[in-house]
Design a binder for this molecule. Structure first.
Ligand SMILES: [Zn+2]
Length: 363
């Protein structure tokens, strides 16, 4: 069935456009002619934008997808679950967000704290050869990219060595895959930047990043997924559980702003999960909060919307989405107001479509 939205403001994934009519079925179309079965919606006062891409989530059940859909999240990148079969069973579900996954990450031997928050890790690596074999196994299962956990003790028994990081990047690139790293410390950032890890996740909350690392990330054209909501929640959790330990959300904001001003490619991701006992983050709703926190930290609403649509699509090679143009998937979010000017308008959802299928917003 064809739908036409009349006189709607457009944020096409790259820039705002003046109000006009748009038409779509499963994909965006360009023939605006209507027939008897065409649904016509008056879009006056509303904005249409591409479905949101949450580039950092953890998938635990189909409910995560249903929740995310209610907030206009139409693509999610899973960054580690303990259940590859579950991920596979949830791929390409009609009317639900599309997912990608790394399956299991390259990780050194976990400590008790990490096991408590993430659950058992099925395998860990000690040598570059083991890292390569681990990655090969994940890719054979169908992993879309490679995840690397660069964590310090006591979360792991030791930080992954330089030669393991180097081999992970070399082999993944040889296999045509990007490497995402969990980087919550300055040390992890240094290691990831030095070895050209493609995507750095999280922002250190103990110390602001020095300009030197920021410049290296920019020069090497690496990407950062800041996960502001997760960092904010972790600062609160640390103050609650380990009152003496340094952690400050304003440090996270400061580093975010420095990276933004340095022109680093920044992509929105929530770290939504139902397993981190220190910081549960609900799927879907978290994405709206993440976008608001990015604006609060100094990014313009227009840049923030790009970081959740066209930029991840382009960076992660999702060629059929992230933009509103003919032939692209009709993953669409219709909101009252104009979130490219006021990000809070992202909450004012009127309708959502995933691949042209309307999402049921009320029970
Ligand atoms: Zn995560």
């Amino acid at each position: 069935m064809k739908t036409i939205i009349k006189n709607v403001m457009i944020f096409d994934g790259t820039k705002p456009e003046k109000a006009r009519d748009i038409v779509f079925a499963e994909n965006i179309l360009d023939d605006l002619s209507a027939d008897g079965s065409t649904e016509i919606i008056d879009g006056t006062g509303c904005t249409i934008l591409p479905g949101l891409i949450d580039s950092h989530i953890h998938l635990n059940s189909i409910d995560n997808l249903k929740q995310a859909a209610l907030y206009g999240v139409t693509t999610m990148l899973d960054m580690m679950t303990d259940d590859a079969a579950l991920v596979d069973s949830l791929r390409h579900q009609k009317g639900l967000p599309d997912i990608q996954s790394c399956y299991q990450p390259v990780i050194s031997e976990p400590g008790q704290m990490l096991i408590a928050s993430l659950g058992q890790v099925s395998s860990f690596v000690n040598t570059p050869k083991e890292a390569r074999e681990h990655i090969k196994t994940q890719l054979e299962k169908g992993a879309d990219y490679v995840k690397l956990i660069l964590e310090n003790p006591p979360l792991v028994t030791q930080m992954l060595s330089e030669d393991i990081v180097a081999e992970t990047v070399r082999y993944s690139h040889e296999m045509g895959k990007k490497v995402f790293a969990h980087t919550t410390s300055v040390q992890a950032y240094q290691l990831a930047a030095e070895h050209g890890v493609d995507v750095l996740n999280h922002i250190p909350k103990e110390t602001a990043l020095l300009q030197e690392i920021i410049s290296e990330i920019k020069e090497k054209d690496l990407t950062v997924i800041p996960t502001m909501l997760m960092q904010q929640g972790m600062v609160k959790a640390i103050h609650r559980m380990m009152p003496g330990r340094p952690a400050d959300y304003s440090i996270v904001e400061k580093t975010f702003y420095r990276m933004y001003k340095a022109g680093i490619r920044i992509i929105a991701g929530t770290d939504s999960n139902m397993t981190n006992r220190m910081n549960f983050i609900p799927h879907g709703k978290a994405m709206h909060e993440e976008l608001k926190l990015m604006v609060k930290a100094g990014m313009t609403p227009e840049e923030v919307l790009k970081s959740a649509t066209s930029i991840p699509a382009e960076t992660f090679n999702l060629k059929d989405r992230g933009n509103i143009k003919p032939g692209f998937r009709a993953d669409l979010l219709l909101v009252r107001g104009n979130p490219a000017e006021n990000i809070n308008d992202i909450d004012h959802i009127e309708k959502i479509w995933i691949n042209g299928m309307p999402v049921q917003l009320t029970a």
